[in-house]
Write a protein of this length. Structure first.
Length: 498
């Protein structure tokens, strides 16, 4: 309420009282005038005294009226100003009005309303934050098929929502023992099975129900969790259709922090998302195993056409996945490359055996027919609804970095990355394996050939990553007993068909 409006209200309240004072004064003056007309000296004195008393009374009455009006309007002004600030979102405002009668009671009610609004705003803000964090958690959990990354993301979300800095996720391992798979704020994750079993998480998994640990206000020696050492904590189970499989624990060493049932509900929601995501990962793993078994069977059928290339697809897949790991490709890229490596030669089903098994060098016409196998393979795989983009990798794994490859003459970055990796893995295996028309090269010679062809036939960065992967794994120095191809007839070393 502005000063002008306050003055207007004050005037409206005081006006009737001032008007009454004026009427009283006029009445007194008229009475004094009537007495004075009597003409006696005593009458004049009485009239004079009555007139003075009337004027004084009217003046005092007017002053009192103005003071009362201003006192009332000042309190109303305070209430109105408080209401304006509340309307603008300032719920911390409180009005100081003496608790006298109706206006005092109105002030008390106003302060109670402001306090209730502040509490509701805080609660609403917390719920909005919780919902936002849960949405982000759900999005992150649905974006990965890697268990450890999933658990790390879930724990980070839980700590952020609950406003604490320490926590862990335990999962039941293959042996049945609980294992710490993600943690934050722990001094060490090297915790014994007994410690895990005796912790909050161990109890929660056994009982399959949540647990809150708040320090007693009267107990100076607060209890601490055996894993994290926190004194204020809460833990909820991860429950699948087969029963509890683990638990999520969050907490703090700040004994001033206390958890309530609302906090448990939020953490339980995150735990439910985690359990669902774990189920998805397990189902996808089963699907992947089924796909892989089918694909390897197809690859074995292709390799069976040529006893000298038996196991070729397995070895190429091994080298390709090593390179994918070295290049830190995504899970989906890793899976696509592995499947494509097993199936990259499936198009050879359409190549006559007299060409595939020819013990000498191929003629120009035979080589032309052999170069159709990437397209034949792509046409075979194209109708299959694989979860990964396999067909382009198979189609283009014989393209060259300089554009002189086949079937499309793609060059440099125009060749799909996975096809570039497969090209290096395929060529290296072909170089170090024996063939009917030549002996396999040494691993050292194979690496030297890759380096010599980097920038012309192969992507230089892929060659670098491929050699680094071989150095890290050590499996590329020899095909080894499990990776040895059938013995071939030694011929002049020069070119290779793969």
């Amino acid at each position: 309420m502005s000063s002008r409006r306050a003055n207007t209200l004050s005037t409206r309240i005081a006006a009737p009282l001032v008007g009454a004072a004026i009427l009283l004064g006029l009445a007194g003056l008229l009475l004094a005038l009537a007495i004075s007309r009597g003409g006696t000296a005593g009458g004049l004195d009485v009239a004079l005294a009555l007139g003075i008393w009337t004027v004084l009374s009217a003046s005092v009455f007017t002053v009192i009226a103005v003071l009362v009006a201003r006192r009332v309007t000042s309190r109303l002004h305070t209430l109105a100003e408080g209401a304006r600030r509340v309307a603008e979102g300032d719920y911390s405002v409180r009005v100081a009005v003496p608790a006298e009668r109706e206006i005092g009671e109105l002030a008390v009610g106003f302060n109670g309303m402001a306090l209730a609004l502040a509490e509701r705003e805080e609660s609403l803000a917390r719920k909005v934050l919780d919902l936002s964090a849960l949405h982000e958690s759900s999005r992150l959990l649905g974006s990965t098929l890697e268990l450890d990354r999933l658990l790390d993301s879930a724990l980070d979300s839980a700590l952020r929502v609950c406003g604490v800095d320490t926590g862990s996720v335990v999962i039941r391992g293959e042996s049945g023992a609980l294992e710490i798979r993600a943690h934050r704020g722990l001094q060490t994750a090297d915790v014994s099975e007994v410690q895990v079993s005796s912790s909050m998480a161990g109890w929660v998994v056994r009982e399959s129900r949540p647990l809150i640990m708040n320090p007693s206000r009267d107990d100076e020696g607060a209890h601490a969790d055996t894993i994290s050492g926190v004194t204020s904590a809460m833990c909820v189970p991860l429950v699948s259709i087969d029963g509890p499989i683990g638990a999520v624990t969050v907490g703090t060493r700040d004994e001033g922090v206390r958890f309530a049932s609302d906090d448990v509900r939020v953490l339980a929601t995150i735990a439910n998302h985690v359990t669902t995501a774990i189920g998805t990962i397990e189902a996808f793993g089963d699907l992947h195993d089924s796909y892989l078994a089918t694909v390897r069977s197809l690859a074995a059928a292709v390799d069976a056409k040529d006893p000298y290339t038996r196991g070729h697809s397995d070895r190429v897949a091994h080298f390709a996945t090593l390179t994918a790991t070295e290049m830190e490709l995504s899970h989906d890229q890793h899976m696509a490359l592995e499947m494509a490596a097993y199936l990259h030669d499936i198009g050879k089903i359409g190549i006559p055996e007299e060409i595939l098994l020819k013990p000498g060098a191929l003629t120009g016409e035979e080589m032309s027919r052999m170069r159709h196998h990437p397209l034949i393979g792509a046409n075979i795989l194209d109708p299959v609804a694989f979860p990964w983009p396999i067909t382009p990798v198979v189609r283009h794994h014989h393209e060259r970095w300089d554009g002189s490859g086949y079937p499309s003459g793609l060059r440099a970055a125009g060749i799909p990355l996975l096809a570039r990796i497969l090209a290096v893995a395929d060529a290296y295996e072909a170089m170090i394996a024996d063939r009917p028309y030549r002996a396999g090269r040494t691993a050292e010679a194979g690496r030297a050939e890759l380096k010599a062809c980097a920038g012309s036939q192969f992507d230089p960065q892929v060659v670098t990553a491929f050699i680094a992967a071989l150095d890290s794994d050590g499996s590329g120095d020899t095909l080894g007993p499990a990776l040895t191809s059938a013995p071939g007839t030694v011929s002049d070393v020069g070119g290779y068909v793969h």
